[in-house]
Write a protein that binds this ligand. Structure first.
Ligand SMILES: *Cc1c(COP(=O)(O)O)cnc(C)c1O
Length: 231
């Protein structure tokens, strides 16, 4: 008998695989980031037992507590931890010291602090630039027009490894709207790569819109509620 979480993991992996098939994409080209924010360590360990290794956290201190608890377990050493939430300046050291990835870099000052504070005995911190792709007011993310400049600056920082772009669009009323928004992110990503920025990651799509994201070219979907339940 599978648990609910095991069933949910299978279901999400099937959704990704089905959309990859429909879009003519290799199913191995889309990674699943399990967004475990607000869920307990026990849920993370259960997902890990079921083969899930990448986890995303929004709240820095909560994430660090979970990372430390997991790193204390020898069997959990190959977990990969992604910070996907807003980062205040006074939290950069925690992020730089504990996480493997950050998806939510949207200004140079935060990037500089992360680079300065990344411990020398750790590999460079993997970074995605968060882009405010649909221009929502008061929303985090660099304006699309400024993404290339920020990417050039991040690329020059010695302890960061620029991996790609991340977006959090407004909830879309329908598939076509979600697809158009994700395609805008893919177009920006393509243009930046054409301009010489090396990137391999497009962090697009969540529980509600992962099909549209995969159709548009997402390489990493960030899925919370469809795995762990509603928050
Ligand atoms: C919470 C969150 C997710 C996951 O959202 P679900 O709708 O629960 O899948 C993905 N990305 C970010 C940045 C989030 O904050």
């Amino acid at each position: 008998m599978n648990t609910i979480l095991q069933e949910n993991l299978l279901g999400v992996r099937q959704r990704i695989a089905r959309q990859c098939a429909a879009s003519g994409r290799d199913p191995g080209s889309v990674q699943l980031l399990a967004v475990s924010k607000t869920f307990p360590l026990s849920a993370i360990l259960e997902a890990y037992q079921a083969g899930q290794t990448r986890f995303g956290e929004n709240y820095i201190q909560e994430g660090v507590d979970k990372i430390l608890a997991c790193r204390a377990r020898p069997e959990c050493r190959d977990m990969e931890w992604h910070c996907i939430g807003p980062i205040q300046s006074n939290k950069t050291r925690l992020v730089a010291t504990h996480f493997d990835w950050v998806h939510s870099v949207d200004r140079l000052k935060i990037a500089q602090r992360l680079s300065e504070q990344r411990p020398q005995d750790m590999p460079p911190l993997n970074v995605c630039i968060q882009v405010n792709i649909d221009g929502g007011a008061n929303k985090a993310g660099v304006a699309p027009a400024d993404a290339l400049d920020l990417a050039r600056q991040v690329t020059a920082l010695p302890r960061l490894h620029l991996r790609g772009l991340m977006t959090i669009p407004e909830p879309a009323p329908d598939y076509a709207t979600a697809l158009a928004t994700h395609q805008a992110a893919k177009t920006l990503w393509d243009r930046m790569r054409d301009a010489g920025i090396a990137m391999d990651t497009l962090s697009l799509g969540m529980s509600a819109d992962l099909e549209a994201a995969v159709a548009a070219g997402s390489t990493m979907v960030r899925v919370g509620s469809a795995l762990f339940g509603s928050r």
